[in-house]
Write a protein that binds this ligand. Structure first.
Ligand code: CDP
Length: 222
């Protein structure tokens, strides 16, 4: 039964390192990975492409429902086109954060996300993984780090991809995105009651990965 397949839900604010940690935990366990943020980001790219405003919920719903999104061998494909780099751009993330505030857009993406739940297990990365998409996940982690540490990580990530980055505007954007994600009415950014908080400000990625794996092991989840 699908309900018996274990899920580790990892959430946290923007640029907290949750994507990297989730990816490595999935790799170490040999489990599937749901990078839900990329799905929201692809809806944003699809909206850009079709000239749909991120404020236009009615137009976004069919676009989200019919999204031709595929994850293949590390590449992210939208309408068959490799968008692995475009999807990481800050403007894409900002637009994703705006359109993710529409309840009907979130609903249109629900089943697509739940379909990732396949044996032997799933590591699910994103805002509402533990609260809405997989509320029965036996392990929920809320990863945080100071806004300065997150801006620094995002800066390095963008530069490494050859994308433009400026530390001051990143700090400003992160603060704005935190506020928007925290205060929105649907799926706001906040730890679930049963989530384990992990502050990674002074932690390396490897240490954070080890923490999650140890916890999963201690709890008999993996
Ligand atoms: O790490 P960062 O927050 O920049 O981004 P992400 O995980 O790639 O997601 C991009 C945006 O999509 C976030 O800022 C969220 O507002 C939204 N999102 C969401 O609402 N629900 C999810 N499950 C995943 C992402």
């Amino acid at each position: 039964m699908a309900g018996e397949i274990p899920v580790i839900a990892i959430d946290g604010p923007t640029a907290s390192g949750k994507g990297t940690v989730a990816g490595r935990v999935a790799e170490r366990l040999g489990w599937n990975l749901l990078d839900s943020g990329s799905i929201y980001r692809m809806v944003a790219l699809s909206a850009f492409k079709r000239g749909v405003e991120v404020s236009d919920e009615a137009a976004l719903v069919p676009l989200a429902a019919g999204l031709d999104a595929r994850f293949e061998q590390g590449a992210i494909l939208l309408d068959g086109e490799d968008v692995s780099v475009a999807v990481r751009r800050e403007e894409t993330g900002n637009a994703a954060s705006r359109l993710a505030a529409h309840p009907r857009v979130r609903e249109a993406l629900l089943e697509r996300q739940r379909a990732f739940l396949q044996a032997p297990g799933l590591v699910a990365d994103g805002r509402d993984m533990g609260s809405v998409v997989f509320p029965h996940a036996p392990l929920k982690i809320f990863l945080t780090a100071s806004v300065e540490a997150r801006a620094d990580r995002r800066y390095k990530q963008l530069i490494a991809k050859g994308l433009p980055a400026n530390i001051d505007s990143l700090l400003h954007d992160l603060r704005e995105r935190d506020a928007r994600d925290t205060h929105r009415a649907v799926a706001p950014l906040r730890p679930c009651e049963d989530a384990v908080l992990l502050d990674t400000t002074r932690m390396s990625i490897d240490e954070a990965v080890r923490f999650v794996l140890d916890l999963a092991h201690d709890r008999g989840v993996a």
